[in-house]
Write a protein that binds this ligand. Structure first.
Ligand SMILES: [Zn+2]
Length: 479
């Protein structure tokens, strides 16, 4: 296998998360809804209707193009008809973009595990409508038109990926970016993000391209990785046996983990593209474009790098804190409120707050525990007003009640048992109640100190400072 390298390009279809479809006012996302409930004469292609472009789809596509560093976002772009016959395509054509799409060029940088970066170029980015869905059921074909007219961005990469892992990495980073921009839910299991993979092999280091196969119908990142790996191995076996790779379209069968030949691939000429006569061109004038691009946020990788520089965070922390945009905002807001070491904030977020977020199935933006609350809890623990354990419990209590940490500490008496006096008398009580353990300790079983500390902690309901308790106990025991 060492003398072959894989050449992989990915074609992704991204469902934009607009409320309505691209050319009518039907609800766009029908996940889990009964078939044929979000449809109208426009999206089912009845005679005499006209499509009207949903501006929000253009805005989301432009935002995405800018985030992909598109070389050109066209001021004027056109829709085209892609003609083909399929039962779930009621018009007999799909409205897409062809020779003058919304954007061209661009790239997505993938950070690789060894610290290097793989730049994946984007050759094309265009808007189009989705087709319906055909469901096979008991020997019958049922058609669901709900998905007709759902807005998609089709994005095609150059043949820049060299392994199944890199292809998976591309999808992981693309999904992160789509959610970060708020343009798509990007859930592969719900087909918000779909991926076809073009795979070929060549002798390692060669610069020409061999015939490729196209893998369709893969609906998770793991499946993409496995399907591509399977196909690379098949092509190598084929070539080593003296065979030739033909330009097949392959379908991934999730259940059996195998690729099946669907058909010989269509060429573009088969689609008889022409300009869509029912729609005006998209005119992205300067003002509109500027208004859209004002919404372009700092991108995940830029923010990750800034977190390392500005907050002196380890790369590992910065990576986790920038996985999702609202979490990275939460970190910055807490750090600003905390005004101490950012690494302390990062520890609390990664160890405790992330657990709460995951348990709730929520995002940082929807927590009742606000950044100022977290900063206050960190301060209370730092000043030893409460113990670390109490601090962790406080996170849950604030999240559950929405009350301020200080109020909960006051009303529930959670502050550390202060003053040498009370702690000393509790420690003395524990020693008096347990003469056998005291004798054992004095007889050399020094590890019992932990047990004594535990007893004092229990008496205080966990509100004693363990280190101070230990010092007092050791002092009393040596006396
Ligand atoms: Zn409709």
């Amino acid at each position: 296998m060492a003398h072959f390298e894989a050449v992989i390009g990915l074609e992704t279809h991204i469902q934009l998360n607009t409320r309505s479809k691209i050319f009518c006012s039907c609800k766009a996302d029908s996940w889990g809804e009964p078939p044929n409930t979000n449809i109208c004469p426009v999206c089912t292609g009845l005679p005499g209707v006209l499509p009207t472009l949903n501006r929000a789809t253009v805005e989301k596509a432009v935002l995405l193009a800018a985030a992909m560093h598109a070389e050109s976002i066209r001021e004027v772009s056109y829709f085209a008809r892609k003609n083909y016959f399929y039962p779930d395509l009621p018009k007999g054509y799909q409205i897409s973009q062809y020779d003058e799409p919304l954007a061209r060029g661009g790239f997505l940088d993938l950070p690789m595990p060894d610290g290097s970066t793989r730049r994946v170029t984007i050759t094309k980015l265009h808007l189009e409508e989705d087709a319906g869905k055909t469901v096979h059921q008991g020997g019958r074909r049922l058609i669901d038109f709900n998905r007709c007219g759902v807005p998609l961005v089709e994005m095609v990469t150059g043949p820049d990926l060299r392994s199944a892992d890199e292809a998976a990495q591309y999808l992981i980073r693309l999904r992160q970016l789509l959610r970060w921009l708020g343009v798509s839910e990007a859930d592969m299991e719900k087909a918000h993000l779909r991926c076809d993979a073009n795979v070929s092999i060549r002798p390692a280091g060669a610069d020409y391209l061999n015939p490729k196969t196209e893998i369709k119908n893969v609906n998770s990142i793991d499946a993409v990785r496995t399907a591509i790996q399977t196909e690379i191995e098949r092509q190598i076996r084929e070539v080593e046996a003296g065979g030739k790779i033909e330009a097949w379209t392959l379908e991934w069968d999730e259940d059996t983990g195998t690729l099946r030949k669907m058909r010989s691939k269509e060429t573009e000429a088969d689609y008889r593209y022409f300009r869509e006569p029912d729609l005006l061109p998209i005119r992205l004038d300067g003002e509109w474009r500027e208004r859209i691009l004002r919404e372009l946020p700092e991108l995940p990788l830029e923010r990750r790098a800034r977190f390392v520089q500005e907050y002196d965070l380890p790369a590992y922390d910065a990576e986790i804190l920038t996985e999702e945009r609202s979490l990275s905002d939460y970190f910055e807001a807490t750090s600003a409120a905390h005004a101490g070491a950012a690494k302390t904030v990062s520890n609390w977020l990664m160890n405790d707050v992330l657990r709460i977020i995951r348990e709730r199935g929520a995002t940082a933006a929807t927590l009742r525990l606000r950044p100022v609350d977290l900063a206050e809890i960190i301060r209370l623990v730092g000043s030893k007003a409460i113990t670390t354990n109490t601090g962790k419990e406080l996170l849950e209590k604030v999240e559950a009640s929405g009350r301020k940490p200080q109020d909960i500490v006051a009303s529930e008496g959670l502050a550390v048992v202060a003053g040498e006096g009370p702690l000393r008398s509790l420690a003395a009580e524990v020693l008096a109640d347990n003469p056998d353990q005291v004798a054992a300790y004095k007889g050399g079983k020094a590890t019992l100190i932990g047990w004594f500390v535990g007893q004092v902690m229990r008496k205080t309901g966990g509100k004693a400072d363990p280190q101070r308790t230990r010092l007092i106990l050791e002092e009393l025991l040596s006396g």
